[in-house]
Design a protein around this ligand. Structure first.
Ligand code: 4NP
Length: 162
């Protein structure tokens, strides 16, 4: 399973989601996700490292974002990934508009199915406070755990059907 996490700038939410999903998958579900990456639907920050506030919030929970660099979603991503997970509806709509004919990837909200959270979008923290960046981590950790649970269930279902 190859997963691309998508937000607007690829400097706050989606690099956080990339690092959290990679970290949790390595620790708790080895072999389930073979590739995790992130990208933005806008090009404002291409080539830049993640926002220092995101780096700090993630580091407080043991995730290292420092080596990541922003890139924009490309047409090839729709063929290279199985899942493209948007942080909010605006970015989900941007992906739907950009999807080429015959795309392999399924597009969905990152928090889809994490119903216990009471929200299905990760709010943009860019103009927010330190607390907003911590909230991004809360939502993304919960969403990543839920995603791994669902992928584990799918893998178990596929194995028992054989
Ligand atoms: P992200 O946050 O989409 O989570 O990376 C943002 C980063 C930059 C901007 C907006 C949101 N911006 O307007 O530059």
């Amino acid at each position: 399973m190859r997963v691309l996490c998508v937000c607007l700038g690829n400097i706050c939410r989606s690099p956080t989601a990339e690092a959290v999903l990679r970290g949790l998958a390595e620790r708790e579900a080895p072999g389930l996700i073979t590739l995790v990456d992130s990208a933005g639907t806008a090009a404002y920050h291409v080539g830049e490292p993640p926002d220092s506030r995101s780096v700090a919030a993630a580091w407080r929970r043991g995730y290292d974002l420092s080596s990541l660099r922003a890139r924009r979603v490309e047409t090839a991503d729709f063929h290279a990934f199985d899942l493209m997970l948007a942080m909010d509806r605006a970015n989900l709509a941007a992906l739907a508009r950009a999807a080429p004919h015959g795309a392999r990837a399924r597009i969905a909200l990152f928090l889809a199915g994490a119903t216990a959270l009471g929200v299905d979008e990760v709010p943009d923290p860019y103009y927010g406070s330190e607390g907003d960046f911590d909230r991004v981590l809360d939502l993304i950790e919960a969403g990543a755990r839920r995603l791994l649970d669902r992928l584990r269930e799918q893998a178990a279902g596929a194995a028992s059907a054989q």
